[in-house]
Design a protein around this ligand. Structure first.
Ligand SMILES: C[S@@+](CC[C@H](N)C(=O)[O-])C[C@H]1O[C@@H](n2cnc3c(N)ncnc32)[C@H](O)[C@@H]1O
Length: 216
């Protein structure tokens, strides 16, 4: 079995700077001003960055909305075991811990993202976060009470993998929330909207109306 590559936190810190997502100023994050320049740096780095851009160096609208919701409704996670699925920077994981979650697992497929989650949790004085890789081919852990998925329906392939996993977690008794800025791949039937926010877009100058959905 291939060894999981490890990215040093120093690499994350060298290619980002501390910032605060505008909807969630309570959380400090290591963010990139120029994601393309960062992507080039990744290609020269120690670990194969694969074909994905550095999602972990931005606070995506879905994650910002979910983090805002959790901080404003701490009862949703307080004292519970939480999974942040597709964690990116770990914004939602950090927010869940700040809101009183007992334990947080963050699942992120990108080794740079996993290093960023550790660094961001440390910088916010929370944790530890248990950082895992891709869980989508596994059965959901029955010990997880709440699944939080921020902006995970950004492409068709990911959506086709993530929705069945969320459905299984929900059938197993977990409460499941998605934060989504109107991605076309997410079918809204059967979802309950619990909050809406206008969030500055990571992909342009405008804001995006972003919904926190709950599986019923
Ligand atoms: C659009 S980003 C959202 C990141 C974060 N939740 C936020 O809202 O800021 C989606 C994230 O899902 C991650 N991802 C993609 N496939 C995954 C998988 N199978 N398991 C875990 N994470 C995955 C990507 O690497 C990326 O960091």
């Amino acid at each position: 079995m291939a060894t999981d590559p490890v990215v040093p936190a120093s690499f994350i810190r060298a290619h980002t700077r501390p910032g605060r997502p505008s909807l969630v100023p309570e959380v400090g994050l290591l963010l990139a001003d120029d994601v393309v320049a960062l992507w080039e740096a990744l290609e020269a780095g120690q670990v194969d960055p694969g074909s994905d851009p550095p999602f972990w160096a931005a606070a995506w609208p879905g994650g910002q909305a979910l983090a805002r919701y959790v901080l404003d409704h701490p009862d949703v996670v307080a004292g519970r075991t939480v999974l942040d699925l597709g964690a990116g920077s770990g914004l939602v994981a950090v927010a869940a811990l700040l809101a009183g979650a007992r334990e947080v697992v963050a699942s992120e497929v990108d080794p740079y993202g996993r290093a960023a989650i550790d660094a961001n949790a440390e910088d916010n004085g929370v944790g530890p976060v248990t950082v895992r890789g891709d869980l989508l081919d596994e059965e959901p852990d029955p010990g997880v009470d709440v699944v939080l998925a921020g902006d995970v329906c950004y492409d068709r392939t990911m959506t086709e993998r993530v929705l069945p996993y969320l459905g299984k977690a929900w059938l197993g008794g977990a409460t499941v929330f998605l934060g989504d800025p109107g991605r076309p791949y997410l079918p809204k039937e059967g979802l309950v909207g619990v909050a809406e926010y206008d969030v500055p877009d990571t992909e342009g100058p405008l804001t995006r109306r972003t919904t926190v959905w709950r599986l019923p």
